[in-house]
Design a protein around this ligand. Structure first.
Ligand code: NAD
Length: 304
């Protein structure tokens, strides 16, 4: 049994913590939202008010937070120095396991801070969404030393099905950002193909039957098909209820943009996808599935 201090019991963290409890681990949990704490308590999480005291009891401090600035704040305490960070409170050698999706540079900085404080660190962002978090079938992309990877693997296996060791600290986030850049680009590409097909007189099903078995085949088509019909479970069949919301796709593409800039990669398609989703998420698209981008593409008339 491992004692896990779990911070961030939201859409993803709530069910992930519940799965750890169900597998027999001791989970101490904290969130700033009372409703999240209540749901976690019901699932068997020991809710704590004092995370500094709880950190001293933990073998692993697991964060599932909205962004990297919050992860840094949890690690080193608020900037005004009003409270100590958890790195100062944990026992030496405690593993700080961050499963949030954050900037690669911030992940590397978090790992360096942890190591400087005598702790050990891993980044392990996920894909698979809330459905995967609930079912314990997430995919984890892990950046950690071999030793730390081996230590966190049993916990990740409780919460996920596919766990890939991508390399040292930060490389889990690097893999996530690369994958989601492809996802954003391909969802736009598939939408453009359906809109063009419509104008050319192609039935959706006919185009799907061709592309799904040809070189246009991809997840954005065969799972997240942006037109209703060919894939009955895709968000297009339920008015683009997410799924994976436009706001989250914009977050991930903005992280990709930061990585492109910091590494001096031109990445024209990644940049274009970020701009397209920025516009989508500025309106109703923020709360709709990102495959709803097809409606924006369909509505945009070009002079001809
Ligand atoms: P969420 O907003 O539902 O959950 C985040 C939780 O963190 C909230 O409950 C919030 O109250 C809590 N929180 C904020 N500050 C805190 C603090 N200082 N201490 C403790 N708790 C704090 O978000 P989510 O959808 O669960 O996503 C979490 C992370 O997982 C994000 O980084 C997101 O990008 C990533 N992610 C989400 C999905 C998805 O489909 N939702 C998929 C893959 C990855």
């Amino acid at each position: 049994m491992t004692t896990v201090l779990f911070l961030g019991l939201g859409h993803m963290g709530g069910p992930m913590a519940a799965n750890l409890v169900a597998a027999g681990h001791r989970v101490l949990g904290f969130d700033v939202v009372p409703a999240a704490l209540e749901a976690a308590r019901t699932a068997g999480v020991e809710v704590v008010a004092d995370t500094v005291a709880a950190a001293a009891e933990a073998d692993v401090v697991l964060t599932m937070l909205p962004n990297g600035a919050l992860v840094h704040e949890v690690y080193r305490g608020p900037a005004d120095g009003s409270a100590p960070g958890l790195l100062a409170a944990a026992r030496p050698g405690t593993v700080f396991l961050d499963c949030s999706t954050i900037d690669v540079a911030q992940a590397r900085e978090a790992a360096a801070m942890a190591e400087q404080a005598g702790m050990r660190a891993a980044d392990a962002p996920v894909s698979g969404g809330v459905v995967g978090a609930e079912a314990g079938t997430l995919a984890f992309m892990v950046g950690a030393s071999d030793e730390v990877f081996a230590e966190v693997l049993p916990l990740l296996e409780v919460m996920g099905r596919r766990i890939v060791h991508c390399g040292g600290p930060g490389l889990g986030q690097a893999a996530k950002v690369c994958n989601n850049m492809v996802l954003g680009i391909t969802q736009i590409a598939v939408a453009e193909a359906f809109v063009l097909g419509e104008r050319l007189g192609l039935e959706h099903q006919a185009l799907y039957d061709v592309m799904s078995e040809a070189s246009g085949q991809c997840w954005a088509l065969t799972t997240n098909c942006p037109v209703p019909g060919p894939v009955p479970g895709s968000p297009a069949n339920r008015g683009f209820q997410p799924g994976f919301a436009g706001a989250l796709m914009l977050k991930d593409l903005t992280l990709a943009l930061q990585a492109l800039d910091s590494q001096g990669v031109e990445g024209g398609l990644g940049r274009a996808a970020q701009a397209i989703y920025a516009e989508y998420a500025a309106g109703e698209g923020a709360g709709r599935d990102f495959s709803g981008i097809i409606e924006t593409i369909r509505a945009a008339e070009k002079e001809h």
